[in-house]
Ligand binder design. Structure first.
Ligand code: ARG
Length: 464
């Protein structure tokens, strides 16, 4: 059979090796659903403007739906010589409808077709990832009640810094994920523009209605420049970047929880269903899922890199290079999707090891900064207070005690007016109570933020 894209200008068939090299059906079959949707909208528009009769349109629409069902059921046999999913569907239509099928591609090129299909796919993929991100936020917020009173060290430079409530940690991840949702929404806005009807590169002399197809496909608008939109893959790169940052956030979380589940930290017990064993060391319960969340993020970063290099320096407009945009984006999507799918139950199922955490909470002088701030409130200049508390920490280290175990005389050396009241900010539990600023770990502030998140998530995820 002659390849449909080879017009009468050819007198030789394509070399088999060329067909194998240039095909994309091995990966773009994923677009079949979106391709059928786009073709149905196109056929309906062609009937509106008189390029198809109503009867032809009905035949085409019914047959496309039939073909979609067959592909969904795995009944279509893919052939290399038909190159891509667009040709497979069109060819199946022509085999069934003859000349009526041959009319579907009127005022359309695969260049606008593939861009349209991919935009529709990206739109669905964004909505899917967004739902998964919300599930993960729900898992974090779900822990906040359970861990409401738990105190953890906050680290800078991975050294103990200040005490924070456990929900403050959980909401930190919710905030990062919320920015990811913002990026997804932003990317969705720019992806959701119709390229259909720009045909190959310059538009068409045939009477078409681009607004009509855009409306039918749920696009928010119609791209204004045919040269631009037939070459535009910004939406692919933007989505890849949004996925990459989600991957980075998951990787940070995974790394933190891998550390926390070590004997050295002993903060966290991971649910056993999400751990694996060792084939030689019988005692091992390994956090492989978290390690692979961290590890698989490399692929996502790699996919973004691939896409950036792919489009760099391409002249306008469509170039076949653009066919290579799909494998990296599919890979990034599948990877982040799989990571998010496991992250939510893992977050929900882990347990803080409170006795082990509390036992060591007074180590590392987590209350030192609060003491310094107390001295500032009593009138000491910050630099003076900073230096004095440093000296008190030095004394405590020497005596092998906590700041709260130092005698009052030690504090009075700093300022003779100090009295027993100073002990009210010492010790981790007291220090937590002393926080006051917006966005801090102050208990009232954290409670307010938890309530805000609970309310927000009760109404989230209803983007259509
Ligand atoms: N398989 C191609 C792709 O995915 C379809 C577009 C081909 N267009 C062309 N002018 N050869 O990009």
């Amino acid at each position: 059979m002659a390849t449909p894209s080879r017009s009468g200008v050819f007198s030789a068939a394509a070399d088999r090796r060329v067909e194998r090299f240039t095909e994309s059906i091995s990966f773009d079959d994923r677009l079949y659903e979106h391709d059928v949707r786009g073709s149905i909208a196109h056929a309906q528009m062609l009937a509106e403007t008189g390029l198809l009769t109503a009867a032809e349109r009905d035949q085409i629409v019914a047959t496309l739906e039939q073909i979609r069902g067959e592909i969904a059921a795995g009944q279509m046999e893919f052939r290399q010589e038909l190159e891509d999913i667009h040709m497979h569907i069109e060819q199946a239509l022509i085999e069934r409808l003859g000349d009526v099928g041959r009319k579907l591609h009127t005022a359309r090129s695969r260049n606008d077709q593939v861009a349209t299909d991919f935009r529709l796919w990206v739109r669905d993929a964004i909505d899917h990832i967004d739902r998964r991100v919300v599930e993960l936020q729900r898992a974090f917020v779900g822990r906040c009640q359970r861990d409401a009173a738990a105190i953890l060290p906050a680290y800078t430079h991975l050294q103990r810094a200040q005490p924070v409530l456990a929900p403050h940690y959980w909401l930190a991840y919710c905030e990062k994920l919320e920015r990811d949702r913002g990026r997804l929404a932003d990317c969705r806005r720019r992806a959701n523009v119709s390229s259909l009807g720009v045909a190959a590169v310059a538009g068409t002399s045939l009477p078409i209605d681009r607004e009509d197809t855009a409306r039918r496909l749920g696009f928010d608008g119609v791209a204004a420049n045919s040269l631009d939109v037939s070459s535009d893959r910004d939406f692919v790169l933007e989505f890849a970047f949004a996925l990459t940052l989600i991957g980075e956030h998951l990787s940070t979380w995974a790394e933190e929880w891998i550390l926390w589940s070590t004997v050295e930290f002993n903060f966290l017990r991971l649910p056993q269903e999400f751990c694996t064993g060792s084939s030689i060391m019988p005692q091992k319960i390994n956090p492989d899922v978290l390690e692979l969340v961290r590890g698989k993020t490399a692929r996502v970063i790699g996919s973004l890199q691939t896409l950036l290099v792919l489009v760099k320096g391409l002249p306008l407009a469509y170039n076949r290079d653009l066919q290579e945009d799909k494998p990296p984006l599919f890979n990034a999507f599948d990877t982040v999707d799989a990571c998010l799918e496991l992250a939510a139950p893992l977050v929900a199922g882990a347990e803080l090891n409170l006795p082990a955490i509390e036992e060591r909470l007074e180590r590392g002088h987590l209350d030192a900064t609060t003491l310094m701030e107390y001295l500032i409130r009593r009138g000491l200049p910050q630099r003076t207070a900073h230096h004095a508390v440093g000296a008190l920490v030095g004394e405590a280290l020497q005596r092998r005690v906590t700041l709260s175990e130092l005698p009052l005389e030690s504090f009075q050396k700093v300022d003779p007016r100090l009295n027993d009241e100073v002990y009210q900010v010492l010790g981790v539990k007291n220090a937590i109570q002393a926080f006051a600023s917006y966005g801090s770990t102050a208990p009232a502030e954290v409670a307010r933020q938890v309530a805000r998140w609970q309310e927000k998530l009760a109404n989230a995820g209803e983007r259509g």
